[in-house]
Design a protein around this ligand. Structure first.
Ligand SMILES: O=C(O)CCC(=O)C(=O)O
Ligand SMILES: [Fe+2]
Length: 339
């Protein structure tokens, strides 16, 4: 039985995205992730406290308030500490990451993989382009030297634009879900329906910094640097926010234009974004490790041990530490579209 109905598959094909409600079980999938991250945060608090970066460990606060206070007081956003991926440069042997069993359990959740199977088939590879994003309220978020929020809204992009050309022929699917309800106030995603039928658009490095654009970006503080599609290249007016409930999942294609709104609420906004492609296709970040998450043809190749997964990331980090720098970047600041 396919997990998605024909109507849902048609919607995905027509608009380039699909929201599916009530996919992830709260008790067995999401809450264990939250509990696992509570321990990770506790370790971060201890480390920063011992370094003298914070004067309190904020032990009595719940996760969201605790992480907010810790980031604010230390003046830093410590997202790499929680992420189940590595940075795109300057990897060191002590670069932190978190690839814990509850995270692995979410990445390999049966109901989640059933949805993925409906769209890309039964041979499913977990692509290493994946992140946890904990966004604290922007008014409390540490700012850089230019007054920009260090980790805020996500600018307009296509996921194919943030991987190497190697993945151009891959059928990469993005799976985004919040660990809590998300809406326009705390920074849900916003998508451009039908944008996936066009080409890969030009992504400009640091575009937002040079150009204060309209639309979403009226709310997007200049902190949204990184790669961005200039909004004259697509129909920004047709974009629509996608509020989501805890347990819901948003599926979209590698060419669907999307962004995330800023968190102007007084709580954190917390999400996972995962990617999958058919086994054997390029991931677009070949120096990072993926794994076979499901296979009807070769069930023996499926990775089921979360500690093995964590070890793959440790080995990747150790191998890349101090090595020649790599880039997942294919864009040129001098492109006329970026002017
Ligand atoms: O959650 C975000 O801020 C951005 C997520 C995103 O761009 C993605 O899932 O591809
Ligand atoms: Fe994205």
């Amino acid at each position: 039985m396919p997990a998605l109905t024909n109507e849902q598959i048609d919607h995905f094909e027509e608009y380039g995205f699909l929201k599916v409600d009530d996919v992830l079980d709260h008790e067995t999938v999401i809450d264990p992730v939250v509990e696992e991250y509570e321990k990770v945060l506790d370790n971060l608090a201890t480390t920063l406290y011992e370094k003298g970066s914070i004067k309190s460990k904020y032990q009595d606060l719940e996760f969201g308030d605790r992480v907010t206070n810790i980031y604010a007081e230390s003046g830093e956003v410590h997202n790499q500490y929680f992420d189940f991926s590595l940075p795109q440069g300057e990897i060191k042997s002590d670069t932190p990451f978190w690839a814990g069993p509850a995270v692995f359990n979410a990445l390999t959740d049966t109901r989640l993989l059933d949805l993925v199977e409906s769209l890309i088939g039964s041979e499913i590879y977990s692509n290493p382009v994946q992140h946890v994003r904990i966004k604290i309220p922007e008014d409390q978020c540490p700012k850089d030297g230019k007054g920009r929020v260090k980790f805020g809204a996500t600018p307009w992009h296509q996921d194919l634009g943030v991987v190497t050309e190697e993945a151009d022929e891959s059928d990469m699917l993005t799976v985004w879900f919040p660990l809590m309800n998300t809406d326009e106030k705390n920074g849900c995603l916003t998508v451009v329906p039908g944008s996936h039928r066009g080409e890969l658009l030009t992504h400009c490095p640091g575009y937002e910094v040079k150009n204060k654009s309209k639309d979403v970006s009226d709310n997007v503080p200049p902190g949204s640097f990184g790669l961005q599609i200039p909004d004259h290249l697509f129909d920004v007016e047709s974009s629509a926010p996608v509020p989501m409930k805890k347990g819901s999942v948003l599926l979209f294609t590698k060419k669907t234009v999307h962004a995330a709104l800023p968190n102007i609420s007084d709580r954190i906004r917390w999400s996972f974004d995962l990617r999958y492609n058919p086994v054997g296709q390029k991931t677009g970040r070949s120096v990072f490790p993926g794994f076979v998450a499901r296979s009807k043809l070769n069930p023996g190749e499926v990775l089921t041990n979360p500690y093995h997964w964590s070890k793959l990331w440790t080995e990747a980090r150790d191998g890349l530490a101090g090595a020649e720098q790599f880039s997942f970047q294919r864009w040129d600041t001098d492109d006329p579209a970026c002017a």
